[in-house]
Design a protein around this ligand. Structure first.
Ligand code: NAP
Length: 255
């Protein structure tokens, strides 16, 4: 059975690892191409770059004889999920969408929830503050609209320096991060407020725990709505879906 995983997340890597050695599946992992050196999964074909919208993806699915798609992209990657949903409808290829549960505020958390990056920049207020930005390099430019704050911005890949707010210190690092390291980081930069996307999962949760520990407010950017008809919470559930689909198609074929 030919399977396409739309990736760029821990869940997608976990799925690729699981399917790599499984002779029932011929798996392709697709990445957008934003990361410099993506991890290879022996036994899984890697394709990199956009498909060219819904039509491009639908064409790719048909041409490759794809029997199942698992959309394991990031909760904030809304466009590719909308495309996957539309392409799956168009081609009739079954689609399973992995949406990891969001974080919820706990006792001791001081969150201000906003629905866009622009609203997050606005929520920082008129008084100059020292801000830790953990929002992905593509969103950093939005904070140019609030140039009176001092920013410490962390991203996996280096951002375009010309697009940054004037007072920005860059940190290049990839999770998972540990709580004590995050506490030390926030303290050493004398951070007043954290801005984060509600990514969910454990890899980047330590900054939220650190903010709680230090009594710092968090401006939490809520997720966009992700398209998908069959939604599961993790890689394990997506694997179970795939195995059910495989068993069904075998019995339909009388194998
Ligand atoms: P997006 O806005 O939803 O998608 C923009 C375009 O990028 C899509 O229309 C598609 O181009 C291409 N694309 C996205 N994911 C792709 C994939 N897995 N394979 C092939 N093409 C893909 O996506 P994004 O928010 O920029 O995220 C891009 C990638 O980074 C995704 O793989 C996502 O899982 C990962 N990621 C995103 C975030 C985040 O905060 N957004 C965080 C961590 C990881 P075409 O229309 O040409 O097909």
């Amino acid at each position: 059975m030919r399977v396409l995983i739309l990736g760029g997340t821990t869940e997608a890597s976990d799925l690729a690892r699981h399917l790599a050695g499984d002779p029932r599946f011929e798996t392709t992992l697709s990445l957008a191409g934003h990361t410099g050196s993506p991890a290879a999964h022996p036994g899984v074909a890697l394709r990199i770059g956009g498909f060219g919208g819904v039509a491009g993806l639908a064409g790719w699915l048909a041409e490759a004889g794809t029997a199942a798609v698992i959309d394991a992209t990031h909760p904030f990657a809304a466009q590719i999920s909308a495309n996957a949903d539309a392409a799956a409808r168009e081609t009739g290829v079954p689609l399973c969408t992995v949406v990891r549960p969001p974080w919820s505020a706990m006792p001791g958390d001081c969150w201000r929830s906003v629905t866009s990056m622009e609203a997050a920049a606005e929520a920082l207020g008129a008084e100059p503050r020292r801000v830790f930005l953990s929002v992905g390099r593509q969103s950093l430019g939005t904070f140019r609209r609030a140039p009176h704050h001092a920013y410490v911005a962390r991203s996996i890949e280096p951002p375009d320096a010309a697009a940054l707010p004037p007072d920005t210190t860059l940190i290049q690092a990839k999770g998972p991060f540990a709580r004590d390291d995050e506490i030390a980081l926030l303290k050493s930069h004398r951070i007043d407020v954290v801005v984060a996307k509600n990514a969910g999962g454990s890899a980047t949760y330590a900054k939220i725990e650190a903010a709680r520990q230090l009594g710092l407010p968090v401006v939490m950017v809520a997720r966009p709505v992700k398209a998908g008809r069959h939604v599961v919470a993790d890689a394990e559930e997506a694997l179970a879906w795939l195995q059910r689909l495989h068993a069904m198609s075998r019995s339909e074929r009388g194998v």
